[in-house]
Write a protein that binds this ligand. Structure first.
Ligand code: TYM
Length: 331
């Protein structure tokens, strides 16, 4: 039986957080044996926010290193750079013509980003979900492993695909979001009612994948909890502690009940130290490997060039089919 197809990506903004890792990257690693996986660096999406060009180029390469350091085997996965694959922007343009302004206006991420970057509400930010739809549909992906904040983008992808299929006959497969049971939304350590975000201005709110062990310990020590001093899972009443439990649970592969038992009768001090140590233990080898990989940019180039080639081969036929269906002259 043919393996199911997975596609996902992360923007090349640098400073990835523990949220990106636990919500996305960590799940990707678990999928690599079972599925035919395509993992890209979403560098075109990164252009929607102003970036220093050199920094973006460096972040793109670093992110490839991070994918591999996190455990993605370049032999098993197709790792590539979005901007190297002509089908993404090409298909995105076609799909833009089958997407309504009203639909895009409803995207909460657009509203959030437009509020945050009021001086640069460009049309790329507005049509961001259409490029994401093109990324996914170009591969006929079955599953898209993402954090819960991307759910709405998956819904609009399906809507666009269904609309196109009903106009031109079966063309695109309808993809499903693959969202982990825990960790789909890692919250900030200082404000556990909002998701942990790369762009948070309070450094204590986010754990970066490149943080030193001491920084990580300090951040967990200062994490906001509550006054009950009892390790108990309750997202509504105890968002801080519940978030720490989710982090610990994913890394240690333990259920919330198991964690409650493990820390029964112990206060937050002991618990926070245990969470911090679990994170340090997980990130230390990752960072070591990441730094080694960064020293060998030629190797990274080899990896993405091989991935690019496979991605181009994979998407070319479908792009032509779409062009033909809408009436463009092909060949
Ligand atoms: P990006 O770069 O914002 O985030 C990358 C991944 O990290 C997840 N994530 C989180 N998960 C749990 N808790 C958090 N606090 C948290 N913060 C971020 C995101 O859900 C995401 O899975 N639009 C995408 C990139 C993209 C893409 C695609 C993804 C472009 N094309 C096609 C899948 C398929 C994004 O903004 O990711």
């Amino acid at each position: 039986m043919e393996k199911k197809i997975i596609l996902s990506g992360i923007q090349a903004t640098g400073n990835l957080t523990l949220g990106n890792y636990l919500g996305a990257l960590n799940n990707w690693v678990e999928m690599q044996d079972k599925y035919d996986c395509y993992y890209m660096i979403a560098d075109l999406h990164t252009l929607t926010i102003r970036k220093d060009p050199e920094e973006l180029r460096q972040n793109t390469l670093s992110l490839i290193a991070l994918y591999i350091a996190a455990g993605l085997d370049p032999e098993k996965n197709t790792i590539f750079i979005q901007s190297h694959i002509p089908a993404h922007p090409s298909l995105s343009w076609v799909l833009n013509c089958y997407t309504y302004m009203g639909e895009l206006n409803r995207m909460t991420q657009f509203k959030d980003k437009a509020a945050k970057h009021a001086d640069n509400i460009n049309s790329g930010l507005f049509t961001y979900p259409v490029l994401m739809a093109a990324d996914i549909l170009a591969y006929n992906a079955d599953l898209v492993p993402v954090g819960d904040d991307q759910k709405q983008h998956l819904e609009i992808t399906r809507d666009i695909a269904e609309r196109f299929n009903s106009l031109y006959g079966e063309t695109f497969k309808l993809p499903e979001a693959y969202i982990g049971k825990v960790g789909a939304r890692i919250m900030g350590l200082q404000d556990p009612t909002a998701k942990m975000s790369k762009s948070a201005t309070n450094e204590l709110d986010k754990v970066l994948l490149t943080d030193t062990p001491d920084d990580i310990r300090k951040k967990f020590k200062k994490a906001v909890t509550d006054s009950e001093n009892k390790v108990r899972y309750d997202r509504e009443a105890k968002p801080g502690v519940s978030n720490l439990m989710s982090i610990y649970g994913i890394i240690k592969n333990k259920s919330m009940e198991e964690i409650e038992k493990e820390f029964d009768g112990q206060g937050y001090g002991v618990f926070k130290t245990a969470v911090a140590e679990a994170v340090v233990e997980r990130l230390e080898p990752l960072q070591k490997r990441y730094n080694e990989l960064l020293e060998n940019p030629e190797k990274l180039k080899e990896i993405y060039q091989k991935g690019d080639k496979k991605a181009i081969e994979k998407t070319d036929k479908l792009l032509k089919e779409v062009y033909r269906k809408v009436g463009l002259v092909v060949d």
